[in-house]
Write a protein of this length. Structure first.
Ligand code: NAP
Length: 254
């Protein structure tokens, strides 16, 4: 039986986290760094990503910043290759990068639909496929997909394409879990509720209305998601795969 410290430690592990320049992804990087992981951060804006990387290096963590658009297959493949070249392994992949476009179905073009599916869903396919051979070779790995409450309930904001991308991510999670289980790789999802980030920014009126719908009486923080991610990435979760953890203050009504 491992000690609790060992069970939740990510010492010597390499974590690739997308959308890590701010919000939930940055919190996941910070908590994984505190647990001992070496970090590879992905986002598009190279200057902002480097700033985030510097902040984490200032806390003593080993960090590689890889600017990349996760919806572009070739960029993803070269980002994964550079993480492998730098660290020699990848133990944890967090598919977190995402975009939200709110509105009514009649507001959207086919290009809007395709863009959201590309960023929120195709990215998980490209990244998971790129890291899988290495994890298979290592005979271990963790893949975490950041979905949304919207996938299960239709959500309180967002759009049909956002909900569809996040719902598909849950089915993707379950089937990939089955594909990779024989290689001791687990694949799980987290479905956040309303979290305080740039994406989750609300007017005072909307904030009061949404907080009123949350049984625990507050919005979520990026750290609320990062702690669930740490659990799923740790040895403590080695028998959990294909699962979705709801982190939403109790708002879920199935
Ligand atoms: P955020 O604050 O808007 O941050 C999004 C991150 O993703 C940024 O680092 C952004 O950097 C990166 N990103 C966006 N498009 C990208 C692309 N094409 N390629 C690479 N990186 C990209 O969002 P957040 O609130 O932290 O959300 C993180 C995840 O949680 C998303 O998948 C979101 O759908 C999900 N989620 C959020 C909430 C919420 O209430 N906040 C609720 C449920 C689910 P660049 O712009 O520089 O690329």
């Amino acid at each position: 039986m491992s000690s609790l410290d060992t069970l939740f430690s990510l010492q010597a592990r390499v974590a690739l986290i997308t959308g890590a320049s701010r919000g939930i992804g940055f919190a996941v990087a910070r908590i994984f760094g505190a647990a001992g992981a070496r970090l590879a951060l992905v986002a598009r804006d190279a200057a902002r990503l480097e700033q985030a990387a510097e902040q984490l290096r200032g806390q003593g963590y080993t960090v590689l910043a890889c600017a990349c658009d996760v919806s572009a297959e070739t960029e993803v493949n070269s980002a994964v290759a550079s993480v492998r070249a730098q660290f020699g392994r990848i133990d944890i992949l967090v598919n977190n990068a995402g975009i939200l476009q709110a509105g009514h179905i009649t507001d959207f073009s086919a290009a809007d639909w395709e863009r959201m599916i590309a960023v929120n869903l195709n990215s998980a396919f490209y990244l998971s496929r790129a890291v899988a051979p290495l994890m298979i070779e290592q005979k271990s790995g963790r893949i975490l997909n950041i979905s949304s409450l919207t996938a299960q309930t239709g959500g309180v904001s967002g759009s049909v394409q956002y909900a569809a991308s996040k719902g598909a991510l849950l089915s993707f999670t379950k089937t990939l879990a089955r594909d990779l289980a024989p290689h001791h790789i687990t694949v799980n999802a987290i479905a956040p509720g309303q979290i305080e980030t740039d994406m989750g920014a609300l007017s005072d009126e909307a904030r009061a209305r949404i907080v009123g719908m949350i049984p625990l009486g507050r919005l979520g923080t990026p750290e609320d998601i990062a702690y669930a991610a740490l659990f799923l990435a740790s040895d403590a979760a080695s028998y959990i795969t294909g699962a979705t953890i709801d982190v939403n203050g109790g708002i879920l009504k199935r």
